[in-house]
Design a protein around this ligand. Structure first.
Ligand code: FES
Ligand code: FES
Length: 219
């Protein structure tokens, strides 16, 4: 039987292609268990003992003003308050990298930082990476190299890769950089080390590395 056999007029390849576009753009994919995680009951800002703060963020170029419980993470502010669900909640403990966004151009785990700490900051999420219909080179490379399977880690992988290339361009070494005085050469070993904070439960690592190597000249 062909690997691309057809059922009811829909081929497996077509389904995978559709999923790929959603993964790299950060759109919500139906049926993902983690998306259906039970959420904590909403806390009213008027509840006694709740401290709120006005927080102003610029997200993907658009100014946003929020009144938030001061304990709200940047991840929850983006997902639950602003609807940027392309940024994923994997572990919520700084262990998986699914929540990676750029803050003032630097990659950061959005689950490990409070929104109130970023008042006035510029945030880039996966939804803000493309220019109109034109994918960012890193997004295009992930599609080209099949750098995903389920796609849940993919927005974080892509945002982390973009931030990582900028770090390397600025000359930041990693723990595997042999010559700390030379400009870092991003061989596969360096890329794997620098992306080690982004976990992929589907183990798409070889294709992720290939995508990053492909994109590094253009990103
Ligand atoms: Fe932030 Fe896993 S959700 S590191
Ligand atoms: Fe499934 Fe990475 S593609 S977790």
């Amino acid at each position: 039987m062909s690997a691309d056999h057809e059922c009811c007029g829909v081929t497996r390849r077509r389904v995978l292609e559709g999923g790929a576009a959603l993964a790299v753009l950060g759109s919500v994919r139906p049926g993902l268990a983690a998306e259906a995680m039970p959420q904590a009951p909403p806390i009213s800002p008027t509840d006694p003992g709740i401290s709120t703060m006005d927080v102003h963020l610029t997200v993907n170029g658009t100014a946003q003003s929020l009144s938030l419980d001061t304990r709200t993470t940047l991840l929850d502010a983006l997902r639950e308050h602003l609807g940027f669900t392309g940024t994923k909640k994997g572990c919520d403990h700084g262990q998986c990298g699914a929540c990676t966004v750029l803050v003032e151009g630097r990659r950061i785990n959005a689950c490990l930082t409070l929104a109130a700490m970023h008042d006035g900051d510029h945030i880039t999420t996966i939804e803000g990476l493309a220019t109109g219909e034109q994918l960012h080179p890193m997004q295009a490379a992930f599609v080209h190299h099949d750098g995903y399977q389920c796609g849940y880690c993919t927005p974080g992988q892509i945002m982390s890769a973009v931030g990582m290339l900028d770090e390397a361009k600025r000359g930041f070494p990693s723990v595997v950089t042999a010559d700390l005085k030379a400009h870092p050469e991003l061989d596969d070993h360096e890329v794997r080390e620098r992306m080690s904070g982004n976990i992929c439960r589907c183990s798409a690592y070889p294709n992720i590395v290939a995508a990053i190597q492909d994109a590094k000249g253009a990103a």
